[in-house]
Design a protein around this ligand. Sequence first.
Ligand code: GDG
Length: 477
Amino acid sequence: MNRLIIISNRVSAPMARGDKASQGGLAVALASALRESSGIWFGWSGNATDRFTGDISVRKTEGVTTATVDLEEQDVDEYYNGYANRTLWPLFHYRIDLAEFDRQFGSGYERVNQRFAATVAPLIEDGDLVWVQDYHLIPLGQELRRKGVKNRLGYFLHIPWPPHRLITALPFHRRLVESMLDYDLIGFQTHEWLESFHHYIERELGGSVAADGTITVGDRSTLTGAFPIGIDAGEYDTLSETPDAQVAFQTLRESAQGRKCLIGVDRLDYSKGLVERFNGYRRFLEENPDWLHQVYLLQIAPPSRGEVHTYANIREELDELSGRINGEFAHVDWVPIRYVNQGYPRGGLAGLFRAADVGLVTPLRDGMNLIAKEFVAAQDPADPGVLILSKFAGAAEQMTEALHVNPYSKDELSDRILQALKMPMAERRTRWEKLVDGVRRDDVHAWRKDFLAKLTGEAELVPAANTGRERAPLSTY
Ligand code: GDG
């Protein structure tokens, strides 16, 4: 087995056995691949220093070696808070209105990618497989080639790839995309993002796309494909048995006093559609007065990226909106929205998902969305809840039995909430059984194996139309 080198912005060191429940599925899956191959996970330590030294801190925890490097404060401002989170993140989530185009951000991004390459290159040995993760490190492959790295290089984008016209708004977009041609394999979450990438290659770079996903631009060829990420479904089953899960389940059921619970769990991020969700729920309350007192929305939204002003703005907007809706509808014995700005342990979340009747996963745009899959995995087979899923989440391409919704439409959100609350048990079970089969089959381990098999050339890439994966009809997008 080839040794695996994973490179991502942040590294998630494996936790001691007792703490496993607080670790995400992606970290667990990557850690197990690293353990099996005696690989290394390289990335930023999360610490900022005055001057970049390139000193690597190597640790071995639970059989996994992590190698981290500190970044300069200016790097963190320009590369991480700047280009990654104020330029690429909004633009790739179709929010050109929030994207900031600042020369300093662009040069900071290129500088950090060069620094990452220079620091990690000496750790890469002949035969190693290198797998680069996400939008922070798009040009890293090219920088590694410049350092003489000849290994197989794979890249996976966790967020959407925007339509051709949108990405051309990015200054130097050609430079960014051309840098990707140095990877041997480029993976996207869905066929939709893959198609957008192919359009760019054809229309902007005059390249061609073969049936197996190989793109050719001039004399350079790279394989591309859709690799929908999943959750660690097996681990999720055990999570539901933990004391954290059981306590959370009991607490929610007891405090509900027989009322139906709609649940949303999202990082506090404008792409997750929280303002639109609250407004859709308000429309539901206005249109269905007989449901007042019978239902409530539990929204868990741990703050993220607090250094970026658009995140502070969305937080303020939601504080105000939830207060207004509660002020308008609440009574002494009932509040329509329980809005919680803190994170919960993973087991606790699993218990809350199981106790809820409806999962509201309504991002305006999302690469995949793992909450949708976690909600399904956590349900009681005898009495499963209903998933309402944005048609703009990558997960909608696989999860065709969820109730799909346009998250921008208050009316549709209101209608879907009513439909979910009134759904007969037989329909709930039929939909859930199909959903959970997919979640279990296409889990995070299958995703990792599928990608690495293509990267090593052990598997043929099947033409997108013949993957056998169920796809929603194009008209729903
Ligand atoms: C990016 C893409 C893509 C959330 N709150 C708590 C908590 N979480 C965990 C969830 C889930 C994860 O965080 C969130 O994953 P998402 O997929 O919803 O979203 P992003 O963070 O935006 O991730 C996304 C993903 O990458 C993977 O490729 O699906 O589209 O944007 O696992 O459970 N975990 C804990 N407490 C919380 O309060 N412990």
